[in-house]
Design a binder for this molecule. Sequence first.
Ligand code: ADP
Length: 380
Amino acid sequence: MLTKTELEQDDLVNALQERINQLENIIALMPGHVFWLDRDGIYQGCNNAQAAFLNLASPHEIIGKTTSEILPIPQAADIDRNNVQIMEADVAALCEETDGKSIYLSSKAPLHNQQGDVTGLLGISMDITQRKRDENELREAKKRAEIATQVKTEFIRNMEHDIRTPLCGIIGISNYLKSKAQDPEYEELLQDIEAASTELLEYFNDILEFSQIDMGTTPIILKEFNLKEAIQSIIRMELPAIKDKNIKLYVEYPDNIPHVITSDKFRINRALLNLVSNAIKFTNIGTIKIRVSLGEKTGINAVLKIAIIDTGIGIAKNNQEMIFDKFTRCDPTNRGLYKGTGLGLWIVKQFMDELGGKINLESEPGKGSTFTLLVPIQIP
Ligand code: ADP
């Protein structure tokens, strides 16, 4: 007959045994390869997945074996050396290991006794062979795509001379013949030739510029320039188109905004030109406003805000993101009602990214659009 204390002790042992069984079960069922070994590199246990991988009848069969016994491969010595190093350094490590056929990502950590001495090592390995293969394939595909892009870009650049030169010749000669033409019908035909060739040249220039920007070969040059004058010269350039469409264009350039700023003049100019010419193209009645203001300012650093506001056809919400992708245009422009290549906004976005700025868009179909450039600048 057991005493009360003995009964209590029995309960405690049973509860502990149950707890141990439960933990052993959890470890046995863990995904990946789990194993642990002692200070001499002798395996003391593993989970089901590791036992199945080693063709062992049960996880217990691993106990007492060395790496070269469970894995009779030349790489076993490397694995052992690595385990010893981790235990000696007493620092957990993440390492890639191979058995010659597969690649494993192993997380290995030293095990300690209550005094804090290293008594062994716990390892958890995952087979990452497929992931590695996918990564390599992706890397190769990326390399091939980069080479293809380079070839394409070089081809376009070589075309520059072959197409641009004769096209400029056609424009020049038709212009000359037009000035000499006696017959109004001839004059009109020559006018058509000139207009069509100019349009072709503009398309071509857009594609050329795109390939140059896509290659990232346009250097960023930060220097002082007169922003107000730059805006005025853009307006002068666009004046014929504004008059043609009978719309009004205003500039709001408050007195507190300095005329001279430090930034990349080429990029700001190009971005403004693209946005202003789009505003004119997509506005048939009403006004276009260029509003300049300053955002956050600390010392000589400030954020320049330039909003191009039009009362044109507007852009539907679901198109407001994709129009910044290359070669994308939305209805009705893509039905040929408005000319273009779908590259202008991509160029603007690219330039803003390169300058650490951004472009915002607010628009409502039928009411108009506001494109706002936010560019970090310096005020000299
Ligand atoms: P493109 O003007 O050559 O078509 P963009 O990249 O400059 O190329 O513009 C892409 C598309 O975004 C245009 O085709 C048009 O559908 C739309 N879009 C751009 N600016 C405006 C604007 N101010 N008003 C209405 N739609 C615009």
